[in-house]
Design a binder for this molecule. Sequence first.
Ligand code: ADP
Ligand code: MG
Length: 346
Amino acid sequence: ASSITMSGLHKRFGRDAVALDGVDLTIEAGEFFTLLGPSGCGKTTLLRILAGLEEADEGQLNIGGKDVTDVAPHHRSVNTVFQSYALFPHLSVRENLAFGLKMKGMPAAERERKVAEIAQFIKLGDLIDRRIDQLSGGQRQRIALARALVCEPDVLLLDEPLSALDAGLRSQLQVELLRVQKRLGMTFVFVTHDQDEAMVMSDRIAVLNGGKIQQVGAPREVYEHPANAFVARFMGHGNLYSVTARSGNQLTTELGELEVEQDAGGALVLIRPETLDLKLGHVEGRNHLHGRISERLYRGSHAEFRLELAGTSLQAVVNNRGKHMPDVGDEVTVVVAPEDLVTLSE
Ligand code: ADP
Ligand code: MG
């Protein structure tokens, strides 16, 4: 496995389209690292620069301790899996898997051994002798992954490899991919626009917006302590309110007076819906807010509530096992734990 260091990467297309606006990032050897962000934020451009398929206008790129800024794609120990599979449709799975090894000049006996190994690893079973054009989309995606893995690159780049698959197959392949990466110890740079997928799979995540890195951190860090409002919103439903005054650990907010355990400063306070506690009726206490239920979505394992309070609204997610569930129209008290409040800037 290799580490990757990017410094000051800039890329624009034409005059106005800024794809990357100064990216500095270090990815550790053996890490499952995810580039996460909305469509158009520069994920594919960054991956193509790592692969050597695109040249940065400015900046430096180092892979495995070597400056590869000016090194051609086939001289980098990097392999790429794209969303479209790029397999040979008229060849068998076996032939597709062996293709890259053959190009590298590996003798036939060794090739066969490697292909058999990866086929067992990814559990391809009797797919191995089928032609690609006889396979489903999900099966093709697995073959594309197997073909990239069989060459044992130091770094594997994956551009939304699972986003075309249906939910069931997708979560199955997420688990499989994660297991393969940990077993082989390769460095994975994984691109997705799906924050759930990013959180499930990654050792660390870089959140991008407008060609700029907004935050880098472990999934929990990014979810629980977002660096700014963009990250807070992108990582899940966040109730965000403006802070109008502060004194010690006491905040005056759009929602009312709130005590925080730690005030990091910033003009906003974030309240994640699942950190809230709901009590029926009007109960007085510290960080107790009073409102009315305007919407309830029952989802089996939990329920989502929308509440109207202090002239604004708030979302709460409650695990309702064994509790009485409030109804639309009910008056409720929302209890906010000071340690669950996060202050941040716009
Ligand atoms: P993502 O993969 O996050 O959706 P991309 O890296 O594909 O984003 O694109 C980033 C920005 O660069 C977008 O505004 C996109 O329109 C632009 N862009 C990407 N590739 C090209 C290209 N070949 N020509 C012109 N503009 C491009
Ligand atoms: Mg893309």
